[in-house]
Structure formats: C-alpha cells, structure tokens
Design a protein around this ligand. Structure first.
Ligand SMILES: Nc1ncnc2c1ncn2[C@@H]1O[C@H](COP(=O)(O)OP(=O)(O)OP(=O)(O)O)[C@@H](O)[C@H]1O
Ligand SMILES: [Mg+2]
Length: 366
C-alpha cells in the first residue's frame, strides 16, 4: 500500500488523521454497538464545504468494517438506491459461504437468491428497494454481519431519500442490524428537514461540524512536523495555526504548502509559513469560494459584499444601510443566507461569514 502523505489538500479523501471530531466518532461507535433503532444509529452530518463531511463518512466506514459491518456508500443521485443494494452485495458476498448444489449443475442460494447475495430472477423483478435491502440484511445477519448505509451530498427533498427513510424505518421495525449515516450542506439538509415525511431525519442524531480548535490544529502541526524531523519555532507555529482558522481544508493546504516550500530544508520559518498561507488562499478561491458563491443570486452576493467591508462580524443595521434597502428586504436575505450556511449568527443583530477569509476574497476578487 502506498503510504498516506501527511497533508493532502484534496476533497473527498480520508486525511492522514481526523482531528477534533472525537465526540461525533464516539456517538457513531455507540450507535454501532447499540440495538436497531437506537437514535445514534441514524446520523446526519451537516457542514459547510470543506468542513470534513466526506472525511467523516470515510472514517465511519472504516470503523464499522472493523466491527463486522458491511458498508455501502452512495451519494444522493439517481443511482443512489441501486448503488446501496449493489454496494451491500459486492462487499457482503465474500462473507456468504458457498453452498453445495442440491442437484448437479444447479447452484443454490438462500431463498430468493441465486447464489451468494445475487437475487434470483423472480426476486429481482418482483421486489423493490425496501424488500431487497431487508433480504440482504437478513442474509448477512445469519453470518454475523450488520449493514451500514452511507449517503453523502444529501440533496433537498428527493424521492429516493423518502424511499430510503421509509425503508430504514421498516427495517428497524423488523429488528434488522442496520445503521445509516448521511451528510450534506446546510441548506440541503434544512429543506430535507422541513419535509414532514422525513420525520426519521428529524429524529436522526444531527451533528453540525464546527471549526477545529486552535489547540487541536497546533498539536497536529507540531506532531506531524516532528515526525518528519522538521523544526518549527513557536512563532512560525502560531502563524501556521492562525492561517487555518480551524478550517479542515485549510489545515491540509497550509501543511502541504509548508512542506512544499520547505523542500529538503529542516527549519520551517515564518517566511515559509507566510508563503504557504498565501498560496493556500488561492486554492481556497478556486475550490471553495467560487463553489460557495456559485448557487447564490446577485442580490445574495451584494449582501455578502456589504458584509465583507467588516473584518469581523457585521451588524445587520450596517448591512442594511450599505445595501440601501428596507428592513424587510434585509431580513429576507438574512434568512436566505443563514439557511444556505454561508453566514451564521453568533450574536443577536450580527452576522458573520462562515468560510474563513471569505471577506478578503470578496473585497479583492477581480
Ligand atoms: N477532521 C479533520 N481533520 C483533518 N483534516 C480534515 C478533517 N476533515 C476534513 N479534513 C480534510 O479537509 C478537506 C475537506 O474535507 P471533505 O472533503 O471531507 O469536506 P466536505 O465537507 O465533504 O466538503 P464538500 O461539501 O465540498 O463535499 C480534505 O482534504 C480532508 O482530508
Ligand atoms: Mg464531501
């Protein structure tokens, strides 16, 4: 196996080490060890781009596999339900012992299966997602295996999520050993949660991913550089921590570029950190800011630009004055942007941009 690089600034990978997510990982493990239907067995991870949703789901997969679960991963697209079934079949088949043919020339599977976890023709044609998933869970359970379903990039209000939700509820009712974890951006999730049919999502354990603490970022940088026999003094380390603002993707970027600039040298200087921080922002522009702004309207962006005049949080009254619109208008956009997860409100009457260094980007972009 190729060794994992200490910093890898790409999306959708499992980092060398997951930092600062102990509570949610503990909750997940508790779910795995509990009975069907336990609230920790349905998890919903909510977070802005680059906060580590996919990374967490990948970690869940590994933890669950080690504990005897078959893991099927899918994203919320047209293929989702098929991908889930096929994922369970593909990963689960090696655990189903081959049976001796009853009659020469005929292979024999369990009831409804032709062989292993492949459905026979009648089952395949007759039944839908729910029954098939139930049959797979039942068969795997005979061999000591539970099933974990992972769904990334949850979209607002899709029929397939309803199908998955109702199936999950049925399977829990049947006492099946099933666990489900889903992840999505804030606005997708909030509109999914508004849907009464998906009450199960409302009952699911919801975790909103926060920024990583300075302490955990500092510790990770210090340990990683030490393990590579690289020296970093306190000031340079402070700068490196500050350059991430606790944002997981920036942690990977800053760490990666520090090592790039360092080359074969051993001493990480403040100048190296400053260079690394600067190029990291360029990657943030290409891979985060543009993606975050893309689905927004011109009026949303005008609102954000009004906020970007402040270095810290913006007062709603200042934003209203800067955009020159009514209070009602300002409130509509405030709500829209809060729902999208691009802004958050930590203090009454104030708003802040959630993605780090976004204000600087909005002020200086071409
Ligand atoms: N807890 C963490 N500790 C260290 N690195 C992390 C952590 N979470 C994520 N990362 C790193 O941050 C980057 C972004 O993570 P990830 O792709 O999981 O984000 P995401 O929330 O799924 O984003 P998107 O909404 O765009 O899909 C990756 O390089 C990943 O390795
Ligand atoms: Mg992702």
């Amino acid at each position: 196996m190729v060794a994992k690089p200490p910093f890898l600034p790409t999306f959708g990978n499992k980092p060398y080490k997951i930092i600062g997510r102990d509570a949610v990982l503990e909750g997940f493990l508790k779910g795995l060890e509990s009975v069907p239907g336990h609230p920790d067995r349905a998890m919903l991870i909510i977070g802005q781009r680059g906060m580590g949703k996919t990374a967490l789901l990948l970690e869940f997969a590994e933890l669950a596999e080690r504990r005897g679960f078959i893991v099927a991963s899918a994203v919320d697209n047209d293929q989702m339900l098929d991908d889930i079934l096929q994922g369970v079949q593909r990963k689960g088949t090696p655990f189903i012992p081959e049976r001796k043919p009853l009659v020469q020339g005929f292979t024999a599977g369990a009831l409804g299966f032709s062989i292993g976890l492949t459905f026979n023709e009648v089952t395949d044609k007759t039944f839908g997602f729910r029954i098939k998933l139930s049959m797979l869970c039942e068969e795997l359970e005979k061999h000591g295996k539970g099933v974990l379903v992972l769904v990334d990039e949850v979209q607002p209000d899709t029929m397939r999520m309803r199908e998955l939700a109702t199936s999950y509820q049925h399977l829990v009712g049947e006492g099946r050993n099933i666990v489900i974890a889903m992840a999505g951006l804030s606005h997708s999730i909030s509109s999914v949660l508004n849907d009464k049919i998906l009450t199960f999502l409302n009952r699911a354990r919801k975790t909103r991913l926060d920024m990583l603490s300075d302490t955990s970022v500092r510790l990770h940088f210090a340990k990683t550089f030490k393990s590579l026999n690289k020296e970093i003094d306190q000031e340079a380390l402070d700068d490196a921590v500050a350059a991430t603002r606790g944002y997981p993707y920036l942690l990977q970027l800053v760490g990666y570029y520090i090592l790039e600039y360092l080359g074969d040298d051993d001493n990480i200087t403040r100048a190296i950190v400053a260079n690394a921080a600067e190029v990291s922002r360029q990657d943030m522009a290409d891979n985060v800011y543009k993606a975050v702004l893309n689905p927004l309207s011109a009026a949303d962006i005008r609102f954000l630009e009004a906020m970007a005049q402040d270095d810290g949080p913006s007062r709603i009254s200042d934003i209203q004055e800067r955009i020159g619109e009514s209070q009602a208008y300002t409130q509509v956009y405030r709500r829209r942007l809060l729902e999208s997860g691009v802004v958050a409100s930590e203090q009454r009457g104030e708003l802040n941009l959630t993605v780090p260094f976004m204000a600087e980007y909005l002020r200086t972009r071409p």
